[in-house]
Design a protein around this ligand. Structure first.
Ligand code: SF4
Ligand code: SF4
Ligand code: SF4
Length: 581
């Protein structure tokens, strides 16, 4: 139990707990202190010094995010000295940061610009020192404009936390550079966590929202949208709606207004993924081979295995991800039904994820020479497209999905949160192994934000050890644990690269803090709990498509619903603007 102490903030007596930071105590008491580089997922580094406050006794300035309170401490948060220091710190930050506000990922919510206004900062008082710094691209997924960097080091830390260490800090001519690693054993996995942890928008996903404007206008193209489970509880934030508000019907309406010919729900694709994945789980349990089964619907995790742990590649399920399965079914089953040439269909997936941009370009995803999905828009990109087209999202009336792929089960919707894939797989695997329906479908042990969740599930006479992991650093820990102790046998392991799963994905609205992720996840579980249909294998549209189409041609079923993986060599990066080097 922490010791209670008393301090003074701006002359007001305040009770605090020993060990708390000044910032924490101020926040609890509604005393405003600005922050910039602080992110609750990361260590406190106190690099930007925007949160400076004054200690009355010594008239010292300290960073409130890292300074701990002591009995009798007297703190001033708004003295002239404090204001001056914040203003100078901001000017120095602007001297490093190349302002390109129009295209910035933070453009509607930029803390740096808000602070500049508040402290009357002349943002171009000093010449930008990094205008000639390079812009890097990591495959077709991430752009990193190092000229915008303000040296907070959040990206280096988060990339390290992900167990990847692709970003490194270099000092050249008294300036710090964040650089992608040249080392052969380091490579990006495109999780996009550097994007959501950079306070100044130096990282962003490779933009595709302008590329789809042309096909949307072409009369001979059928442009079909599908949107991921987690989008429905996050997109609203971009339009000022409360965190976690469910906007499924508004998304459908917005996509139609943008000109999409059809709108489907990727959660139905998740029901197909569960169907195929649980068949693999059952088969491997029966044959006692290739255990633990490793889930494979997160492309950043797949790349992590292929590059860092290729010895585990055979353990990955071959079932494609939900968007890939649904994309494939749109271009085959639906195209045939509607008598449309699949080459005329453009499938656009709205995803919480930048790694999905990488996934759809993998040749291992092709079937019959066709890509299941043609473009990926992140949640942020869809918001941008909606704003660009002046659609008043808040006022949109909810619309229903197009009917060809029906409605998803609740199990398909919870794919968006860490644990959802496992919960869905076990609702169906239980039925497949025992022939009986699971009565209590809620699998609380695998829910929540902890990095590694372990549980034992009883199915028939056997007990199965399972693990659910979010964050690749945690996955690395678990894989090392398994390698060190091969006797510890898991049946199945779910890994999602992002904190909390896709609700914390690199393409999601920002900021993306733990309490926001929690609200997004709670809303997904709420949708599931209110549904009658909560198991993938009970979904009538899934049953229908298997019996009418997929079960009739095994080769076709495998090509649409399955893929393969293999060891990957370093894919590295390119420098976009050589003249700026
Ligand atoms: S790129 Fe962004 S997150 Fe990385 S050090 Fe620079 S400012 Fe910080
Ligand atoms: S996308 Fe992920 S792996 Fe790649 S640099 Fe960013 S944090 Fe590191
Ligand atoms: S957890 Fe989800 S959002 Fe994050 S990389 Fe994986 S699939 Fe993408």
């Amino acid at each position: 139990m922490k010791k209670q102490i008393q301090i003074l903030i701006n002359g007001k007596k305040i009770k605090a707990q020993e060990g708390d930071t000044i910032y924490e105590v101020a926040k609890r008491n509604n005393i405003e202190i600005p922050l910039l580089c602080f992110h609750p997922d990361l260590e406190i580094k106190a690099n930007c010094r925007i949160c400076a406050v004054e200690l009355a006794e010594k008239r010292d300035l300290v960073a409130s995010c890292s300074t701990r309170v002591k009995e009798g401490m007297e703190i001033i948060t708004d003295s002239l000295k404090v204001k001056k220091a914040r203003k100078i710190n901001l000017e120095l930050i602007f001297a490093q940061h190349k302002e390109e506000c129009v295209d910035c990922v933070w453009r509607f919510n930029c803390q740096l610009l808000k602070l500049a206004k508040k402290y009357d900062v002349i943002i171009n008082r000093f010449k930008d020192r990094k205008t000639r710094f390079p812009i890097y691209q990591f495959k077709n997924a991430i752009i990193f404009d190092s000229g915008k960097c303000i040296d907070c080091r959040n990206c280096v830390e988060v990339c390290h936390k992900q167990g990847v260490d692709f970003l490194e800090l270099e000092e050249k001519k008294h300036l710090f550079h964040i650089v992608p690693s040249e080392k052969l054993n380091r490579d990006c996995v495109y999780c996009g966590q550097c994007i959501v942890h950079c306070p100044v928008g130096a990282f962003e996903g490779v933009g595709e929202f302008e590329d789809i404007e042309k096909p949307l206008k072409e009369k001979d193209k059928i442009v079909v949208a599908q949107f991921a489970p987690s989008i429905r509880t996050s997109l609203g934030e971009e339009f000022g709606l409360p965190y976690g508000e469910v906007v499924t019907g508004k998304i459908t309406a917005a996509l139609r207004k943008l000109g999409f010919n059809k709108v489907f729900d990727t959660s139905v694709g998740a029901d197909f993924t569960t169907s195929e994945e649980s068949k693999e789980v059952v088969e491997r349990i029966k044959n006692n081979s290739l255990l633990p089964v490793l889930t494979s619907c997160c492309p950043a995790w797949v790349k992590f295995i292929e590059f860092f742990y290729p010895e585990f590649v055979p353990n990955l399920t071959t079932a494609k991800s939900p968007q890939s399965m649904l994309g494939g079914l749109i271009k085959t089953y639906w195209a045939k039904k509607e008598n449309i040439d699949p080459k005329k269909i453009i499938v656009v997936s709205i995803m919480p994820c930048v790694a999905k941009k990488y996934e759809v370009e993998r040749e291992e995803q092709l079937f019959d020479g066709l890509k299941p999905v043609d473009y990926i828009l992140t949640t942020r990109e869809l918001a941008r497209l909606i704003m660009k087209n002046e659609i008043d999202f808040k006022k949109l009336k909810s619309e229903n999905l197009d009917s060809a792929f029906g409605e998803p089960s609740g199990a398909g919707v919870i794919y968006g949160a860490s644990g959802g894939v496992m919960e869905s797989a076990f609702r169906t695997t239980y039925f497949r192994l025992t022939g009986k329906e699971l009565k209590k479908v809620d699998f609380e042990e695998v829910r929540g934000i902890q990095g590694i969740k372990k549980a034992e599930v009883k199915i028939g006479p056997n007990c199965h050890k399972i693990a659910v992991v979010n964050g690749l650093g945690n996955a690395k820990k678990l894989l090392e644990e398994i390698k060190a102790n091969p006797k510890e046998k898991y049946t199945c392991i779910e890994v999602m690269a992002c904190p909390g799963g896709c609700i914390g994905g690199g393409g999601q609205p920002m900021p993306c803090y733990p309490e926001i992720r929690q609200k997004r996840a709670e809303s997904l579980y709420d949708i599931d709990s209110k549904k009658k249909l909560r198991k993938a294998h009970e979904n009538p549209i899934v049953k229908k498509i298997y019996s009418e189409f997929l079960d009739k041609d095994e080769k076709l079923r495998r090509s649409i619903l399955h893929t393969y993986y293999h060891k990957k060599e370093k894919e590295g990066f390119t420098i976009l603007d050589l003249n700026n080097k």
